[in-house]
Design a binder for this molecule. Structure first.
Ligand code: FES
Length: 124
């Protein structure tokens, strides 16, 4: 006896079945400031200023203010992993100017999906 099994709607739409969430690796962030090094693992596609705002790593070490690319308080130098970051945007160009050539980025403008190493100057 042969049983007929109805195909789930996912298969009919060309989606994998059983539908599983495809997870990506969780990035490791190494953050240097004031001679100290802090390391944290974050969710994929994370903004560190948003995290700091809800008191998660790199809180309380990351300096920031506006969260919108207007103050440059969150400026950090990218020591490693910069090749995976999005291109410098117009807010970063406006706020950082020549500091971009030295590897500075506005952390509030970055959504992190890969390992990255950052350094923030003690004064900013
Ligand atoms: S927090 Fe103000 S520019 Fe990033």
């Amino acid at each position: 006896m042969r049983l007929a099994v109805a195909a789930p709607a996912q298969v009919a739409r060309g989606l994998p079945w059983p539908l599983t969430r495809i997870s990506r690796a969780m990035p490791t962030v190494v953050f240097h400031k004031g001679g100290q090094t802090y390391t944290g693992v974050v969710q994929d596609n994370t903004n560190l200023v948003v995290r700091a705002g809800i008191r998660q790593f790199p809180f309380p070490h990351l300096r920031y203010e506006c969260g919108m690319g207007k103050c440059a308080k969150c400026a950090c130098r990218v020591l490693a992993g910069g090749e995976h970051l999005p291109p410098v945007n117009w807010k970063e160009k406006k706020q950082l100017g020549d500091r971009i050539d030295d590897g500075y980025r506005l952390v509030c403008q970055l959504w992190i999906g890969n390992d990255v190493e950052l350094a923030q100057d003690a004064e900013g």
